[in-house]
Structure formats: structure tokens, C-alpha cells
Design a protein around this ligand. Structure first.
Ligand code: ITT
Length: 190
């Protein structure tokens, strides 16, 4: 089964393909000829995921899904949350985002946080929402080389490793996106 995933983020594509296995062929935006940026201006992760999925469905008529992910830090009242990609600048500057997060967390004792993914699926014209959450802590400095985004600064609960220090398989097994995608795959397999 062919499914469009509304992203061009190669890391996300790899993670999702790995999670759903061979039964589903995941197609990126670029592969279906969509090159423009899809606006992500909604106030919630769910809103952004739905807007992206609706956009792709109206453009292609193909079954599709979209995610929006945020890092929600308890001591920052859930920030950067839906603004995670644009935390430090309007662009999409991972290095600046991580720097700003470390700055805001300087001297903060409560380092609890979570990654949350909202995933919207449109199939046969019907909309479905899934959510995946992983709790953890914000580290005091970057650790590891793998992954992407905020991964070097996040250690999942019960592990003494950052997401960047884990293998892709181990991250997928417990991550926000892994959890949301497995729910989506279970739904499609029914
Ligand atoms: P698309 O919108 O093209 O899918 P994106 O990288 O903008 O790609 P999001 O809007 O979902 O993806 O991500 C919001 C921010 O959170 C952005 O800074 C990402 O780098 C970061 N992020 C998303 N998933 C992550 C993960 O699994 N680990 C670490 N950071 C992540």
C-alpha cells in the first residue's frame, strides 16, 4: 500500500519507513511533485498535522499522513511546543534552537520534558488522529551524534543515553513518532 507522508525531512522518512516495514510504501512530498512549503501556522500540533494532511489530500487525492512534533518542557510551561522548529529564529535552525533551549534551562532544576507527535491520516476521505508521547529529561549539554533536531539534548525516561546516542531502532522502539506510527500502522492493518 502506497502512502504519502507529508514531509521532506529525510530522518523522519527513514524512521517511519523502518517502523511500518515493507507492507507500506512511504512516498515523500518531493516524490509526488510537491515542492512548496505547506504553512504550519496552527496553534496546536494536531491542527498543523491536519492542515498538512488536508493539503496533500486535496492536491493528490492519495491516502496520506502528516505529523507535527513538539518538545514540551515542563519548567518552560510546555515551550517550545508547537513552535519547536521556529524556537530561536523564523528559519529552521537546529543549532540555534538547541542553544536557546540550553540557555533557557540554565540553572533550572526541574528538567522533565516530553516529545509529543500528533499524526493525521486521511484515508478514503476520512480523517484520523494519532498521538505518541515519550517522557524524559533535558540534558545540560549535547550528547551523541545520531538522530536530528533536539535529539542530543533529550534522554528518554529509564535510559542513561540521549536519543542521539541510541541506535535508530532503539529510538524508534520508544519514541513519540515511533509510538504514533505504530498506532497508525495497526489501524491500517485492521
Ligand atoms: P517537516 O515539517 O518537513 O515534517 P520538521 O523538521 O519541520 O519537518 P516538525 O515541524 O515536526 O518537523 O519538527 C518540529 C521541531 O522538532 C523541529 O525543530 C525538529 O527538528 C524537532 N523534532 C521533530 N522530531 C524530532 C525528533 O524525533 N527528535 C528530535 N527533534 C525532533
Amino acid at each position: 500500500m502506497k502512502l504519502v507522508f507529508a514531509t521532506n525531512n529525510a530522518h523522519k522518512l527513514r524512521e517511519v519507513q523502518q517502523t511500518v516495514g515493507d507492507r507500506f510504501e512511504i512516498v515523500s512530498l518531493r516524490e509526488c511533485g510537491i515542492t512548496e512549503d505547506i504553512p504550519e501556522n496552527e496553534p496546536t500540533l494536531e491542527g498543523n498535522a491536519l492542515v498538512k494532511a488536508r493539503y496533500i489530500y486535496s492536491r493528490t487525492g492519495l491516502s496520506c499522513f502528516a505529523d507535527d512534533t513538539g518538545l514540551e518542557v515542563d519548567a518552560l510551561g510546555g515551550e517550545p511546543g508547537v513552535r519547536s522548529a521556529r524556537y530561536a529564529t523564523d528559519g529552521h535552525d537546529d543549532e540555534a534552537n538547541k542553544r536557546l533551549l540550553l540557555e533557557r534551562m540554565l540553572g533550572v532544576e526541574n528538567r522533565n520534558a516530553q516529545f509529543r507527535t500528533a499524526m493525521a491520516l486521511i484515508i478514503d476521505g476520512k480523517e484520523h488522529l494519532f498521538e505518541g508521547v515519550v517522557r524524559g529529561i533535558i540534558l545540560t549539554c549535547e550528547r551523541g551524534e545520531g538522530g536530528f533536531g533536539y535529539d542530543p539534548l533529550f534522554a528518554p525516561e529509564g535510559y542513561d543515553l540521549s536519543f542521539s546516542e541510541m541506535s535508530a531502532e532503539d529510538k524508534n522502539a520508544i519514541s513519540h513518532r515511533g509510538r504514533a506510527v505504530r498506532q497508525l500502522a495497526e489501524f491500517l492493518n485492521k
